[in-house]
Write a protein that binds this ligand. Structure first.
Ligand SMILES: [Zn+2]
Length: 357
């Protein structure tokens, strides 16, 4: 009787060992899945000053973003992605050479603060450098996704980008970070079609303008047309070959989680399924949040999580999960921290669609 029980004991030990051996593997697999979302941040982004103390686009926004991610235990689960400086060649895929020359004239060797001559964008001595690293940081994120190092990524960059046109910095924006990334995806990675989803409270006039006649980049935006810069009515739908590849869904002041989610479900989802993007970029503007300093929508962190889930599911269904989210606006620091955390937490969720890759 002793022998069989000894064998049984050995079998049990082996089984237990196997379980223990498996457990770290499971944990590690779980961690890997969690770490599949990348995070771009660089201290240069803090050195861009957009105005005097009290200006809404202040460096503390990015500190708040990190604090929000830390407080939910998410920051340590994100894979840090090293930002880089964008080259002029890549910028020129989107921006005019003349505009880059203007920036070199106006934004280099300045003392204190200065207003760009092209629009309401205040710059400081390090702003142009920060802008080069902001656009470059988004490129690092899309590279990491395309190489399969991460499934998706969030880029916490400053200055923001979606108001910048080919030849005009405006609305706190110098380079159109998302537009540069979209063109770079096509140029450097052979991506054919890019969907840009913009939920900032303000209309991304720059992004719309840059791709208005381009059928290969679909621009979807929810915003308040009565706010800056006043563009983005529903009859702006693209032109020439790009006709139908711009979709503006203006929402009223006070727009709730339910209203903005309905816009995504009823308008974005069917349009994306027809367009079939190979990559999705989010212009993630959190000034659509409740009580933002510059916005008058009423979106809560749960609302941003729901919007993220819609876009994440579309990426999984249509774009091999390829998704990079880029910070635009969002000016109430505590709300920004909570909203970004809710957003990133959904980006980190495992793919729910059967078509996951
Ligand atoms: Zn905004």
């Amino acid at each position: 009787m002793k022998e069989p029980s000894a064998i049984l004991a050995i079998v049990l030990v082996m089984a237990t060992n196997a379980m223990h051996a498996q457990r770290p593997a499971e944990t590690s697999a779980g961690s890997v899945r969690k770490a599949m979302t990348g995070f771009v941040y660089d201290e240069i982004y803090l050195r861009h000053l957009a105005g005097d103390t009290g200006h809404p686009d202040r460096p503390e926004r990015l500190t708040a973003v990190q604090d929000g991610l830390k407080s939910k235990g998410l920051l340590k689960l994100l894979l840090p992605i090293q930002a880089r400086k964008v080259s002029d060649d890549v910028l020129e895929l989107v921006h005019d050479k003349d505009y880059l020359a203007l920036l070199r004239r106006e934004a280099v060797d300045i003392a204190g603060l200065r207003m760009l001559s092209t629009g309401d964008t205040v710059i400081s001595p390090d702003s142009l450098e920060a802008a080069y690293w902001a656009a470059g940081g988004v490129l690092s994120a899309v590279d990491a996704v395309m190489k399969g190092e991460v499934g998706n990524a969030f880029a916490a960059v400053r200055p923001p980008g979606h108001h910048a046109t080919r030849n005009r910095g405006m609305g706190f924006c110098i380079f159109n970070n998302v537009a540069v990334a979209a063109r770079y995806l096509q140029q450097a990675h052979g991506i054919a079609r890019v969907l840009i989803v913009d939920w900032d409270y303000h209309h991304g006039n720059g992004t719309q303008d840059i791709f208005y006649d381009d059928p290969s980049i679909f621009y979807f935006s929810t915003h308040d047309t009565s706010a800056y810069p006043g563009t983005g009515s529903s009859n702006e739908t693209g032109s020439g070959p790009g006709a139908g590849a711009t979709l503006n869904i203006p929402l009223p002041r006070g727009a709730s989680d339910e209203l903005i989610l309905e816009a995504f479900q009823q308008h974005l989802v069917p349009a994306a399924r027809i367009f079939k993007p190979d990559f999705i970029l989010i212009s993630a503007g959190f000034d659509a949040m409740r009580n933002d300093l510059l916005g008058e929508f009423d979106v809560t962190p749960a609302g941003f999580a729901a919007l993220t889930r819609v876009v994440h599911d579309l990426a999984v269904e249509l774009s091999h999960g390829r998704l990079v989210s880029v910070l635009e606006g969002g000016y109430r620091l505590d709300g920004l921290a909570a909203s970004v955390a809710a957003h990133v937490e959904v980006l980190m969720e495992p793919a729910t669609s059967a078509q996951s890759h």
